[in-house]
Ligand binder design. Structure first.
Ligand SMILES: Cc1cc2nc3c(=O)[nH]c(=O)nc-3n(C[C@H](O)[C@H](O)[C@H](O)COP(=O)(O)OP(=O)(O)OC[C@H]3O[C@@H](n4cnc5c(N)ncnc54)[C@H](O)[C@@H]3O)c2cc1C
Length: 480
């Protein structure tokens, strides 16, 4: 066996602030990266072209970073449970390190790889939680149970000291020419493009790939926008949020570095308002962890509703309504603007994610799992835990105790898109409409037809009454 440690990247596409990678470098100078394009993931029908494009771009940038550090990032395109042990054995690696993940599939896959490595006497890292500030085992209630409610989770989570960023990979040693040949013979390929993998995205990305871009975005956000985050984050026409979600999903930036930046922003804060804004952004990072812990502790969340009334809910599931929702043709301007933003940009503002998710479930009486899947098919940041958490929250089917949240599209617009700026940006046929009509949604059928904009496909008031009735009945029959 050689001194070689293979570092298997998955959702940590960076060489800075990467705890597993730093641990590998501490044990050996010969650290080589590997990424496996996994058919089990890429061949699912919920993969967004924007997401794959961002991932491939970030892998390309990661290859450059490895070259600068003196080593290589190898690419495989095969089932990791076989391909990773096979490569490690062929190269005589003494260890394969990786960072742990919360998702049910990842855990099952990692257990299989662990078993295969154990059999060959190849070492691996035990439970290394790089993508979280606190592991799911660390944040528990007084009676040692996982939290099911966010506020006490946040209290506990935020009271705990946070780790500092770890050192970047430097002065590493890569494969020799002879080893490169062995790697090739064991399945290592050139990095394909997203198009080679049949994912076509010609639009702009909401964040360009790579560590340097994510780091710059973080610095810029923490120097300016974060100070007004509490107020501005709710207005979809304003760039008041970080748009770091894809970088966080793929670990193109380390979460310790992100936290550290918020701590520095707090130190530089000069008013109660800016301090409150920074804390609000920290709370979003905690939501991200809350949902990841939830997925780890309650993997059944991935399969559907958590609360009883929603387990056998009589959803209408009208396919025409669903298509209208997907394409932004519901006749509700804010809903259509949001869906078109996601279809064109691969990203949607958080306020609008809540509005369209509420609309799909409470107005169209559609099973939230359909919306959840459509989001995964489109979002650059599509992430099982956050997406499932967001959908279960919006559908009231999740762990949250506040059961019925029904968003009224018109009052949401009046609060958060008062001038109709966001609607005008994404629904161009409504651009010349009076603001008052736009934000109340009270556009006459004549005007709608004149500009080619559809009539509302359902009546909000009627639908929410129906939803409430169905919900009450389910609660009686199935329990809370
Ligand atoms: C129905 C629904 C589906 C969603 N699907 C996803 C998803 O697939 N992937 C995803 O990353 N987020 C998802 N979110 C959460 C949130 O909308 C996005 O994280 C956010 O809009 C991303 O923009 P940003 O990076 O500018 O966020 P910021 O406001 O700058 O927040 C900073 C970071 O905190 C995290 N975050 C913020 N809000 C949440 C939240 N509610 N839940 C979990 N993490 C959060 C994200 O990592 C985000 O990048 C969803 C929300 C809803 C209501």
């Amino acid at each position: 066996m050689s001194d070689l440690i293979l570092f298997w990247h998955r959702r940590d596409l960076r060489i800075s602030d990467n705890t597993g990678l730093t641990a590998a470098r501490k044990q050996s100078s010969k650290v080589v990266g590997v990424f496996c394009l996994d058919p089990n993931i890429l061949e699912q029908d919920d993969v967004a072209p924007a997401r794959v494009t961002y991932m491939i771009g970030s892998l390309q940038s990661l290859q450059e970073r490895y070259a600068q550090a003196g080593s290589q990032l190898l690419i495989l395109h095969a089932h990791p449970t076989q391909a990773i042990p096979k490569l490690a054995i062929a190269l005589g690696a003494r260890a394969v390190f990786w960072n742990w993940d919360v998702e049910p599939y990842s855990q099952q896959r990692d257990r299989a790889v662990t078993e295969a490595l154990k059999e060959k006497g190849i070492q691996f890292l035990e439970k290394n939680w790089d993508q979280l500030l606190h592991s799911p085992e660390d944040i528990r209630t007084g009676s040692n149970q996982p939290y099911t409610v966010y506020t006490p989770f946040w209290k506990n989570w935020s009271s705990k000291p946070k780790a500092h960023p770890v050192e970047i990979l430097e002065n590493a040693e890569g494969l020799t020419e002879a080893e490169k040949e062995i790697a090739k013979a064991s399945g290592v390929i050139e990095l394909p493009s997203a198009k080679d993998l049949a994912f076509h995205w010609d639009g702009e990305l909401v964040i360009e790939p790579g560590e340097a871009v994510a780091q710059e975005r973080l610095e810029e956000f923490c120097a300016n926008t974060i100070n007004e985050y509490k107020e501005q984050r709710n207005f979809p026409a304003v760039e008041g949020t970080s748009r770091l979600s894809a970088a966080l999903k793929f670990g193109v930036i380390g979460v310790r570095s992100v936290w550290q930046a918020t701590v520095e922003a707090l130190e530089n804060s000069r008013s109660d308002e800016t301090e409150a804004s920074i804390r609000t952004w920290q709370q979003e990072l905690a939501w991200r962890e809350f949902y990841q812990h939830a997925m780890y502790n309650f993997p059944e969340l991935a399969e559907g509703a958590f609360r009883k009334p929603f387990k056998n809910f009589p959803w209408e599931n009208n396919e025409e309504h669903f298509q209208a929702w997907c394409e932004g043709r519901t006749g509700y301007p804010i809903v259509d603007a949001a869906m078109r933003q996601m279809n064109e940009l691969g990203w949607m503002h958080n306020r609008c994610r809540m509005i369209v998710a509420s609309f799909l479930t409470k107005d169209l009486l559609m099973n939230p799992q359909k919306g959840e899947k459509y989001f995964m098919q489109k979002l650059i940041d599509g992430d099982l835990s956050a997406n499932n958490g967001g959908w279960q929250w919006s559908a009231s089917s999740g762990m949250d105790p506040k059961p019925l949240r029904i968003f009224n599209p018109a009052s949401q617009t009046q609060k958060f898109d008062q001038e109709g700026e966001y609607i005008r940006q994404w629904v161009p046929e409504l651009r010349s409409m009076d603001t008052e009509y736009l934000v109340t949604g009270k556009i006459s059928p004549l005007e709608r037809h004149a500009v080619g904009y559809p009539d509302p496909i359902v009546d909000h008031n009627k639908q929410q009454r129906q939803f409430k009735e169905l919900y009450q009945r389910q609660k009686m029959n199935e329990g809370r």
